[in-house]
Each structure stands twice: as structure tokens, then as C-alpha cells.
Design a protein around this ligand. Structure first.
Ligand code: T4K
Length: 375
């Protein structure tokens, strides 16, 4: 048992911050230029730095991943049905509806936790306008199979890459896949700008379409050809991003060490399943999910309660399924019989705390609880 009196609670994540001194020079530039937002110099600098870091050519900064997903869908004129994963944060399906389209939920692959291409195939109709998969916890989707379906149908493949910052598959950034990808820089992510995100497209025209949509639909002062939203990143957020970026590789390495320790100590535990890594992938270790089966002595919720009693707060991402939420359960694809794997995963998953400064004594205690849980 840890000494609770002398310890702050342990949450599933704790945002990384740069040294405050790293941010101050950027703040001084903002204060002297009085350019606070609307694609100012720091946002432009961060755009170039991120394009370079991610190895992508066309990146547009946005206020958050959700506004980026809406702009991506709207920019591609997606109207009709969008096949997506029910095993996600609600923002994925929300953005589809807010963009004026309809989510259609297809089941996931229980190993990768991502949309199963065979299930996508089953849900194609004449109304299918796009596919919107999620790289769950930064675990790459079966891109080849999804791309084949999208190309065959002539529809866009829009990745919700909220979790995928810095992940590479066969040397290529996941954010470079698909018709476009949208990444999150939220406080809880591996790279954060407090709130923020980016849309990665593949040509200047698509980038311009996204940037017009996140600037109220304004083309120039007297031309506003469409309805847009305000999804711009401010200079303050860009300043944080510029100060954070030099630390991101170190952050990913520290996360890797924590993930490796969990894997080494927990693999082979009766009733506990880990997401198996692929050797072709450079992960970002955004989350450390474990799945419990019925041979584990406690239910998933009992395990969470045991940890919570000691001030440790793992999270049941993603429970409940998006398809079970009141706003989505009326869709015919939300029918439980359509989504057995997603349901099983959502009912058995728990994400253990992982962040660079997770004290090793706390991680040891988490491992101890998982290894020898008591009711
Ligand atoms: N698509 C997917 C697949 C996503 O997972 C997300 C977001 C999105 C799209 C949308 O991206 P954004 O539009 O947000 O850029 C959190 C995040 O708010 C959300 O961004 C993230 N996914 C989701 C998986 O996790 P909550 O409601 O669980 O957050 P919250 O406030 O409970 O935070 C989790 C823990 O993190 C807290 O227990 C404590 C810690 N924390 C959190 C914040 C915000 C801190 O220590 N400091 C903080 O500032 O959604």
C-alpha cells in the first residue's frame, strides 16, 4: 500500500510541459507583435516544424482535433454515410454529425482494436460517402485493406489520427495516410499545445479548403463562399507547441520505458491480455491498455475500484461504446448484435496510467495490484 497522505492522486495521464523559460521568448514575440491569432508567425513556424517532424508536406493547424475532423469532412464535401468505429472517443462520431453526415458503426478487430476492414465492407451501401477509422491508442489501422476499399468505391478515407502523433509504420508517419488525417494536440496527448490539432492533407488545394473552413469559410475579405467554423489555433497555443516540440522524442522514449516495464511484468498473467506490438511500428505509447477475460479474479470495474481506493485512477477508454450513447443508439448499425467485438473490448478494457514522470514506486504498485488483486 502506498502512503496516500503524502502523494497526489495518479491519473491515467499527466500532461507534459516544457520549461516555462522555453515559452517566455515566444510570449515576448506575441506581446511585441500584437498578432494573437489568425495564422500568425508562431502558427506558421509551428506548421513548418511539425511538417518537418512528422515528415508530411501539407499540415494545417486547428484549434482541436474535433474541429479538424469537421473541417476535413466538410472540405471533402462528405454527405451521406460515414463508416466509423464505435470504439472511440465520442468526438469521432460527433464530428461526423456536426459535418452534416451520418455515422455508420462497423465492428472492430479485437486484436488491433481498430475498424475491421471486412466489417467495413459489410456496411458499404450506395450512400457510403467516406470511411473514418481511428488508430486506437496509436495502433495502426489495416491501411492497405481500408485504402483498397476506399479506392475501389472512390470515396475518401479520413483518419481520426487523434492518438497517432509520432507513430511510424514501416518508417512512414501514420498521419500521412489516407485522403487526410487529423491529429490531436490536447493536453492529454503525447504532444500537446494545451488544446490543438492538425489536419494533414496531400495537396495545396485540400489544405486551402481546410484552412478556409476553419476561418469561417472566408476566402478573402470580400469573398465568403461557404459556411465555416472558427477552428484556428491561436499564437499562444502555437507558442506552447514550439516550446514542447524539442522534448517530444524524449517524452516518447520515457513512455516507452514505462510501457516496456508494464509489458515485461504483466505479460503471461492469467486473464490479462496486452495489445501485441508490431515490429514494423514505432509507437508513441500514448496509452497502456490491458484487457481482462473471465479467468481474471476480478471484473474490470472491480480492478478499477481497487486502484481507486489507493488514489490511482486508470480509465476505461473507450467505455461505453459511442454506439450506446443516447445520441447514437437509434442508428440501426448501433444494434449490439452488429458490434460484438467492440462491446467485448469496451467491457473488458482498462488503460493504466502512463506518462513520463509516473513515479516508479507508483508503477510498481499498479503492477502489484494487477498481479495480485484482492477484492
Ligand atoms: N478522436 C479521438 C479518437 C479522441 O480520443 C479524441 C480525444 C478526439 C478525437 C478529439 O480530440 P480533441 O478535439 O480533444 O483534440 C480526454 C481528452 O479530453 C480527449 O482529448 C481525448 N480524446 C480523450 C481520450 O481523453 P476525457 O474526458 O477522458 O478527459 P479528462 O479531462 O477526464 O482527462 C483524463 C485525465 O487526464 C484526467 O483524469 C486527469 C488528466 N488531465 C486532464 C487534463 C485535461 C490532466 O492531468 N490535466 C489536464 O489538463 O477526454
Amino acid at each position: 500500500m502506498l502512503d496516500l497522505e503524502n502523494r497526489r492522486p495518479t491519473f491515467v495521464t499527466r500532461p507534459g510541459l516544457p520549461e516555462i523559460g522555453d515559452v517566455l521568448p515566444y510570449l515576448e514575440r506575441i506581446w511585441s507583435s500584437r498578432v494573437l491569432t489568425n495564422g500568425g508567425p508562431l502558427a506558421q513556424e509551428l506548421t513548418v516544424a511539425l511538417q518537418d517532424y512528422l515528415g508530411v508536406a501539407h499540415l494545417s493547424l486547428v484549434s482541436n482535433c474535433t474541429s479538424g475532423c469537421i473541417a476535413a469532412l466538410r472540405g471533402l464535401k462528405v454527405k451521406g454515410q460515414v463508416i466509423t468505429s464505435p470504439f472511440s472517443f465520442v468526438a469521432t462520431a460527433n464530428s461526423i454529425v456536426l459535418a452534416g453526415a451520418e455515422p455508420v458503426f462497423a465492428d472492430i478487430d479485437p486484436v488491433s482494436l481498430n475498424l475491421d476492414p471486412e466489417q467495413v465492407e459489410r456496411h458499404l451501401t450506395s450512400d457510403t460517402a467516406a470511411i473514418m477509422p481511428v488508430h486506437s491508442f496509436g495502433n495502426p489501422c489495416d491501411h492497405a485493406a481500408l485504402e483498397e476499399i476506399a479506392n475501389r468505391r472512390g470515396i475518401p478515407l479520413i483518419y481520426d489520427a487523434a492518438h497517432a502523433f509520432g507513430v511510424k509504420s514501416n518508417g512512414q508517419s501514420l498521419t500521412n495516410l489516407g485522403t487526410c488525417s487529423v491529429v490531436s494536440f490536447h493536453a492529454t496527448k503525447v504532444f500537446n499545445t494545451f488544446e490543438g490539432g492538425a489536419v494533414i492533407t496531400h495537396d495545396e488545394q485540400s489544405k486551402a479548403a481546410v484552412e478556409r473552413l476553419i476561418n469561417h469559410g472566408i476566402e478573402h475579405e470580400t469573398s465568403v463562399p461557404e459556411i465555416g467554423l472558427n477552428g484556428k489555433m491561436s499564437e499562444l497555443h502555437a507558442a506552447v507547441g514550439l516550446a514542447q516540440l524539442p522534448y517530444v522524442d524524449e517524452i516518447i522514449n520515457q513512455r516507452m520505458m514505462i510501457a516496456n516495464k508494464y509489458s515485461a511484468r504483466l505479460s503471461g498473467t492469467q486473464g490479462v491480455h496486452l495489445v501485441q506490438p508490431s515490429p514494423d511500428v514505432r509507437y508513441n505509447y500514448y496509452m497502456f491498455p490491458i484487457l481482462l477475460d473471465t479467468t481474471y479474479p476480478l471484473s474490470r470495474d472491480e480492478l478499477c475500484a481497487t486502484m481507486e481506493a489507493e488514489g490511482i485512477f486508470p480509465r476505461r477508454y473507450f467505455f461505453p461504446l459511442v454506439s450506446d450513447l443516447p445520441s447514437f443508439q437509434h442508428h440501426s448499425s448501433a444494434e449490439p448484435s452488429n458490434l460484438p467485438e467492440a462491446r467485448r473490448v469496451a467491457n473488458s478494457i482498462v488503460c493504466l496510467p502512463i506518462y513520463p514522470d509516473l513515479p516508479s514506486v507508483v508503477q510498481d504498485r499498479i503492477i502489484e495490484i494487477v498481479l495480485s488483486p484482492t477484492r
